[in-house]
Each structure stands twice: as structure tokens, then as C-alpha cells.
Design a protein around this ligand. Structure first.
Ligand code: GDP
Length: 328
């Protein structure tokens, strides 16, 4: 799978990527192509997780896992390629819910996860087992073992994240976002330990939705402080290219939350948590504005449409991070 990865990676140290689903999964795949299994840890948002058909669904963990295994459907942006939908059709025939799309192969992931969780395994252990089954050498971690649930406050009331995102197709106007369960959830101990580890050479905030993918991770108690205190530079990649989200509601949400839908507004939103920011070539005109925020700035091609562009962006980010001297 990682045929291009020689045992001698030119990069030294550990790399941590914080991610949501679609955009984050693409960059995670790029990083996995240039970093060894021992070097790369990916921590994914779990605030989108929910129960459906009696099964525990972890959309972002699964998007990353499928991308790392090269089994993801690129066009849809989620789920497995060569998927079929007979279970969903049968569920419709029985009069069951089927607004959340679960494919026939994908359902196996959710069944096994639910079984193992019911047996008492941690979500990290279950994720490790699933990744091992798919031959993934890198570490994929949930942001927490706790139960955090994103609620989207909209003009149509307070919605569960998947109701807003999938059932209502992100159509309601967003007024705010809440994370239920935050008070009792803790940053995954392995993630907290890695953030404090001197061998960490870069922390990458993937091009994921700032409000519903990255914020739940940053909102966990102690996360912002650990990021600021980390020896390694924190580099974020813009999920906005030329005023638009590549996929999903990020730009729409920014406008609804009274922010300009620009790459520089995302940098300002992350504020002093980040040391460096990667903007797309199409947003080069914002580079000075981002630099004026005190951030190291890198302008690059950030559209990831195939393995080569994912790998290229990963290399650019790692080179950029290696040149940043942490100021704080
Ligand atoms: P979700 O949890 O499934 O919504 O996934 P993410 O939050 O990780 O990904 C959604 C974000 O990824 C959107 O804001 C997209 O604009 C961004 N995104 C998707 N593909 C790309 C890409 O190729 N390049 C960049 N820069 N951003 C991308």
C-alpha cells in the first residue's frame, strides 16, 4: 500500500495530525505516504459520533481509516469505494430509518466496533484493531474516550450534528455550535502525552471544518494549552480555497457566523493556537494579512485530488514546519 515509502524517511521526529473527516483524511493519506508508521499519529474528531441502527458510528475515524487503507470513495468523499446499498434498501422496505447512508461493506466496521465496545474495549483499542485489519501501520486515535456530541444551533432549532449535516443537508442557517459532554471528557491520554513529547517535530491541523471538526478537539480541556506549550510548531492548512469550501458547509457556516469566508479568516479564528498557516496558491493575496497576524506563512497548491497531490502537500507542510521557530 505504501510502496513509495522507503524505510529511511527524510523526516525526523514524530508528527501529529489533528483532523476531521473528508479534508483531514486526504491530508492524513498524504502524510502516511511520507512518514513511517512509528512517526505519524492522527487524532480524529469524535464529536460527530452517534448511534444508528443500534450501532456506534464514528464518521471521522472511519473516513481517515478508509483513506489510509486506500479503500475510501474519492468522489463521494466518505465511505468505502465499490460499495453497495442492499442493506439500506432492505431497511427502507421494512419501514426503518435510512436517512444516514450505511453501505453493505461499511456496516461491518460499525458492527465490529459496536461488539468490541460492548465487550468493554476502549474506542482507541477498537480503532487500532480495525486499522490493523486494514493493514494500516500508522496510529489513529480518537480525540477522547469520552462522549462529546456536537449540537448545531440553527434557525430551525438545536439539531444533532448528523441531523444537520446528513438529514437536513446543511440547509438550516447556523447560529452557533455546542459540544455536549465536554466537561466530563478528557483529551485522549496518548494524545496529551504526545503533545508534551520532545520528539514531536510538527503538529498539523488538517484542512478540516474549523467549527465542527477542529473545534471539538481544541475545546477539550487542556488541549489549547498543550498546543501552545508544545515544542513543535503548530501548522494549520486552510480548508477554504478562493472563498469556498472544497466540500461541506465550512464557507456557508462562516458567512452565517458573520465571518468573511476567506482563508485568512480561518487563520484569525485559530489565533494564537497556531504558529504557521498554509494558504492555497489561489489565496496568495492573503499571505501578507496572515503574516501580519504574526504567523509564518506558506503559499502552496492545497487541492488534493489524487495520491500525488496529497503526498506533495504533506511534504510541503513538513518542510514548512521544519523551518518554523516557535515564538511563544
Ligand atoms: P468532515 O468532518 O467529513 O466534514 O470533514 P473535514 O472537516 O475534515 O473536511 C471538510 C473540509 O475539508 C471542508 O471545509 C473542505 O473545504 C476541506 N477540504 C476537502 N478537501 C480539501 C482539499 O483537497 N484541500 C483543502 N485545502 N481543503 C479540503
Amino acid at each position: 500500500m505504501y510502496a513509495s515509502l522507503t524505510t529511511e524517511s527524510p523526516y525526523t521526529g514524530q508528527v501529529l495530525a489533528l483532523t476531521g473527516g473528508v479534508g483531514g483524511a486526504k491530508l492524513a493519506r498524504g502524510l502516511a505516504g511520507v512518514l513511517s508508521g512509528a512517526q505519524l499519529t492522527i487524532a480524529a474528531n469524535t464529536a460527530d459520533d452517534f448511534d444508528y441502527w443500534g450501532l456506534r458510528i464514528c464518521p471521522d475515524l472511519d473516513s481517515v481509516m478508509y483513506a489510509l487503507a486506500d479503500l475510501n470513495d474519492e468522489e463521494r468523499g466518505w465511505g468505502l469505494k465499490d460499495e453497495s446499498w442492499r442493506t439500506r434498501i432492505a431497511m427502507r422496505r421494512l419501514g426503518g430509518d435510512e436517512w444516514f447512508q450505511i453501505g453493505d461493506q461499511d456496516v461491518a466496521t460499525h458492527i465490529l466496533r459496536t461488539q468490541l465496545l460492548a465487550k468493554g474495549d476502549s474506542l482507541a483499542a477498537v480503532t487500532e484493531k480495525l486499522c490493523c485489519g486494514l493493514g494500516i501501520p500508522h496510529t489513529l486515535l480518537p480525540m477522547t474516550e469520552g462522549r462529546v456530541a456536537t449540537k448545531v444551533i440553527t434557525d430551525q432549532g438545536c439539531l444533532e450534528f448528523q441531523e444537520y449535516f446528513v438529514r437536513d443537508k446543511c440547509e438550516p442557517e447556523v447560529r452557533g455550535v455546542l459540544f455536549d459532554g465536554l466537561e466530563s471528557a478528557q483529551l485522549h491520554p496518548k494524545l496529551a502525552a504526545l503533545l508534551a513529547d520532545d520528539t514531536l517535530s510538527a503538529i498539523i491541523i488538517c484542512p478540516s471544518n474549523p467549527f465542527v471538526s477542529v473545534d471539538p478537539i481544541l475545546a477539550l480541556s487542556g488541549c489549547r494549552e498543550l498546543l501552545k506549550a508544545a515544542k513543535a510548531p503548530v501548522v494549520a492548512v486552510s480548508p477554504i480555497i478562493a472563498g469556498r469550501a472544497v466540500k461541506g458547509p465550512a464557507a456557508k457556516m462562516m458567512r452565517e457566523l458573520a465571518m468573511p469566508a476567506t482563508a485568512s479568516a480561518v487563520a484569525a479564528y485559530y489565533g494564537d493556537v497556531i504558529d504557521g498557516y498554509v494558504l492555497d496558491d489561489l489565496d496568495a493575496s492573503y499571505a501578507d494579512e496572515v503574516a501580519a497576524m504574526g504567523l509564518d506563512t506558506c503559499v502552496s497548491q492545497t487541492m488534493m485530488s489524487d495520491v500525488a497531490s496529497k503526498t506533495q502537500l504533506a511534504e510541503t507542510i513538513l518542510d514548512f514546519a521544519s523551518r518554523i521557530t516557535k515564538k511563544k
